[in-house]
Structure formats: C-alpha cells, structure tokens
Design a protein around this ligand. Sequence first.
Ligand code: INI
Length: 157
Amino acid sequence: MSNSTIIEGNLVATGLQTVILASRFNSFIVDQLVAGALDCLTRHGADPAQQTVVWVPGAWEIPLVAQRVIATRKPHAVVAVGCVIRGGTDHYAHVSAEVQKGIAQVSWQTGVPIGNGVLTVESLEQAIERAGSKMGNKGAEAALAVVETVNVLKGLG
Ligand code: INI
C-alpha cells in the first residue's frame, strides 16, 4: 500500500448553512432544481431551517446576488440554480456565458463554494431531462458537490 496522504470531503451535511440562489426565469424547471437541492441537503443531514432560498429574476442576476449574499449572510456555501434555454436570438449565448463565468469568479474571489446548477440547454426537453427525470436533478448534484467541497476545504484547514 502506498503512504500517500489523501484528503477528501465526505458527504455529511450536518450543521451546513447554505443559500440556494434561484432564478425565476423558466421557473417551471427551476422549482424542481430548488426542490432537488433542498432534498439532497436534508437527506445528507442538513437542517432545512438553516437553508435559505433567495430568488432573482433571471440567471444573469445570479453572480451579483451571490456576491452580496456571501458578504451579508456568510453561508458555508451557495447552490446556484437556474435555467437558460436557447431562443431565437443570441441573448441565450450572452446570458449563459456570463453567468457561468460570473459564478466561477465570485466563488474564487470569496473562497466560498458555489455549486453550479444553472442549466444551459438547447430545448425545454433537455431542461426537463435535467430537472428530475432521465438525466437526474442538477440542483441535487450541485448541492452534493458543495457538501463535498465544504468538507474538503475543512480538511485542508
Ligand atoms: N434568463 C434565464 O434565467 N433564462 C433564460 O433562458 C433567459 N433568456 O433566454 O432570455 C434569461 N434571460 C433573462 C436574463 O437572465 C436577465 O434576467 C434579464 O436580461 C434582465 O437583466
């Protein structure tokens, strides 16, 4: 056996305080992502009363509000959920590119994990597949990723 040091995060969410940051645009899909994130956190031991859901108008607004919510509420992590669906113009391309970049930037600048559960898809069908049907629930996956990331960061001191 090797003598390697292995540092990894477990999936225990006891005591975890998160903000689930959700955008209302395509809320029919986003409601399912929020439910998936909350269900995942509580099934891994988090207290529902310690989770806060913050709504913004569209995915574009997620990075700005993530930055503010981290500064003011000081959560252990943020789970960002939204749904950007390609339309007839290039608006989709701008919104989807900037929200992904913005989430990464805010997470790196603040040192707070932000799970990326913002769907950027070609069609409503692809969104439905990722909101609790055949491709799983990307809100739940983003929530699980922050549980593990918070715990690996704890392990690193
Ligand atoms: N916002 C979304 O969250 N999803 C979309 O699919 C979308 N499209 O396609 O337009 C969208 N646009 C709104 C955008 O996020 C902002 O809220 C808006 O531009 C006001 O700043």
